[in-house]
Write a protein that binds this ligand. Structure first.
Ligand SMILES: NC(=O)c1ccc[n+]([C@@H]2O[C@H](COP(=O)([O-])OP(=O)(O)OC[C@H]3O[C@@H](n4cnc5c(N)ncnc54)[C@H](OP(=O)(O)O)[C@@H]3O)[C@@H](O)[C@H]2O)c1
Length: 334
């Protein structure tokens, strides 16, 4: 099978490219980088550099493939960027329309990495109210909702597509900015506080295995929420700190307060008073987290999940090898 992976340099897309290669697929990997970065160089794949926003780019990538995986869906990391939010939403929708048209034209199967923040079906009333508020507060949530509705419409019109929506992901292979990535931030002492908010955590490699199984079993026409290990923010940070041998965050801040502080900080930064430092979307997404058990659709895929401790150990090994872990010296070290 010839597979195209959009976002193969990203956290989840990289694991998907590896999973498909392990299953014998011929993989084309795309990203905006001119050269394949460190999480792709050891892989036997066809690397193509380009920007999905460039007219005609998606069409030229899709041609010649049987499966297209989109793990590069635009998401709004920052509250404000150089264009107004409505323009950013319109551009992301245009990009997705071009992709869906191309996938249909070339009769490809399509797998999309979605987000559980869009799923209103399983929420209690209070949860639905919170989801609406978050959509008003940050364009991330509205963008995700619109993209997935568009794909669901295309599925109803006959597109062979599956949406796989994971919870919070960790694992090796991440080349994102370590100042914004959860594990390096925790190890480097840049996570100021923790709390007992419920959290569900998945290994990117398990997400990749679930997505590949959904394609192999032709689970097209469905939107599958996949879940991993139930824990809390405090238990996860503890596990990371113990594994890396660093002190745990000192402070305890309830998640709503942490989200409000992160949001206020981003607003102040965006007003030009300070340099933008940290996006609030992570803290807002935390509010959407909860415990969950695998549903029937996930169980049917038959993927056994790695233990959380193994994911943490292997992710820390990866960040160590990248040289991005710089724990602050503890008081006793002086
Ligand atoms: N990470 C999580 O915990 C999590 C959980 C649930 C859902 N998700 C969803 O899963 C998807 C992937 O997330 P992720 O964390 O893996 O993202 P990520 O690490 O930020 O990776 C994004 C990927 O998209 C590529 N990309 C972005 N814009 C592009 C463009 N214009 N043209 C070509 N490539 C482009 C990037 O490539 P280059 O930068 O190399 O060009 C990169 O490979 C997102 O839609 C996210 O919302 C993530």
């Amino acid at each position: 099978m010839k597979a195209l992976v959009l976002g193969a340099t990203g956290r989840i897309g990289n694991a998907i490219a590896r999973e498909l290669l392990n299953h014998g697929a011929a993989v084309s990997a795309v990203s905006r980088r001119v050269q394949p970065p460190e999480n792709l160089i050891d892989l036997d794949l066809d690397y193509r550099s380009g920007d999905a926003n460039r007219p005609g780019q998606i069409e030229s990538w899709v041609a010649g493939h049987e499966l297209v995986v989109d793990a590069a869906a635009p998401y709004h990391l920052w509250l404000f960027q150089n264009a107004p939010s409505a323009a950013r939403l319109a551009s992301a929708e245009r990009q997705l329309s071009a992709l869906l048209e191309s996938v249909a034209r070339h009769n490809c199967a399509f797998a999309f990495v979605g987000s559980q923040a869009t799923d209103d079906r399983q929420r209690p009333m209070l949860g639905r109210a919170q989801a609406r508020i978050l959509r008003l507060l940050h364009p991330y949530f509205e963008l995700k909702r619109r993209m997935e509705s568009k794909i669901r419409r295309a599925m109803r019109d006959g597109l062979r597509a599956v949406i796989v929506s994971p919870t919070f992901c960790i694992g090796p292979g991440d080349i994102s900015d370590p100042d914004l990535a959860f594990i390096p931030m925790t190890v480097n002492g840049a996570l100021p506080a923790t709390n007992s908010h419920a959290l569900n955590v998945m290994d990117v490699r398990d997400v990749a295995a679930l997505l590949a199984a959904a394609v192999a079993k032709s689970a097209f026409g469905s939107s599958i929420a996949v879940v991993g290990h139930n824990t809390t923010l405090e238990m996860l940070t503890d596990l990371i700190c113990r594994t890396a041998g660093v002190p745990r965050p000192r402070w305890y801040t309830p998640s709503t307060l942490a989200a409000a502080a992160a949001y206020a900080n981003e607003l102040i930064n965006a007003s030009g008073l300070r340099e933008p430092d940290y996006p609030s979307v992570g803290a807002l997404l935390m509010l959407e987290q909860g415990w969950a058990l695998p549903n029937a659709a996930q169980r049917k895929l038959g993927v056994e999940l790695r233990p959380l401790s193994r994911s943490v150990t292997e992710a820390i090994d990866w960040y160590r090898r990248r040289g991005v872990l710089h724990p602050r010296p503890t008081a006793s070290a002086h």
